[in-house]
Design a binder for this molecule. Structure first.
Ligand SMILES: N[C@@H](CCC(=O)N[C@@H](CS)C(=O)NCC(=O)O)C(=O)O
Length: 206
């Protein structure tokens, strides 16, 4: 269920890195207990433990894995020496956090996780506002994706991957219409979710 953990799992699978998934029980607040806070002081998952190296923040973990396993599995960022491609990658990465994820994660929280975690009822006015913002972002994505296959250029990168878990939840929650109305966005989405690493992530059992 943890979207941020799915980001990391998909990256591990893209890079062909074996890993062990250690469950943290969010329903009983294990993530806020002192033992866990030693690993993740903000009290959220995921955390990656790589021997004695600890790292948290899903996007940071994915970038770490991409650099550590640069020559293994799929290449998920442009080469830093290609400064123009790298600049475009960072541009799209920033848009993902500020223009996309704020809306997508906000809607999924209101419609799914809020109730699940006993934090109250869905605030429909907030969902409406976030949906409008999401649609504005998707309109720009539709233009970008009419000129290139993926959000940072013609290659699949971490930026595309970062979108996948929350977007998959949006589809399950009935927000597929927002995507299906935009053919270039929909082609991009199909290309992202057809990846073996995503299929394997979905099929991972604890
Ligand atoms: N920015 C963090 C967000 C982590 C996050 O919000 N994780 C959620 C699960 S996807 C969580 O642990 N929620 C439990 C809580 O907020 O107490 C990241 O990308 O790792």
């Amino acid at each position: 269920m943890s979207t941020c953990t799915q980001r990391v799992m998909m990256t591990l699978k893209e890079k062909n890195v074996p890993f062990e998934l250690v469950p943290v029980n969010l329903m009983n607040g294990e993530q806020k207990k002192p033992e866990f806070l030693k690993k993740q002081p903000f009290g959220v998952i995921p955390v990656l433990e790589d021997d004695d190296y600890l790292i948290y923040e899903s996007r940071g973990i994915c970038r770490y894995l991409e650099q550590k396993y640069k020559d293994q599995g799929s290449a998920l960022t442009p080469n830093v020496t290609d400064v123009k491609a790298f600049g475009k990658f960072e541009q799209a990465a920033s848009v993902e956090i500020f223009n996309y994820d704020t809306c997508a994660s906000g809607i999924v929280f209101e419609k799914l996780f809020k109730k699940m975690m006993g934090l109250g009822e869905t605030d429909e006015a907030k969902v409406k506002q976030l949906t409008e913002k999401l649609e504005q972002t998707l309109n720009v994505y539709e233009q970008i994706l009419s000129k290139q296959k993926y959000l940072a250029g013609n290659e699949f990168t971490l930026v595309d991957l970062f979108h996948i878990p929350y977007t998959a939840h949006l589809f399950k929650l009935g927000f597929n219409k927002q995507f299906e109305a935009r053919p270039n966005v929909m082609n991009w989405w199909n290309a992202c979710t057809e990846r073996q690493a995503w299929q394997d992530t979905l099929n991972t059992k604890l």
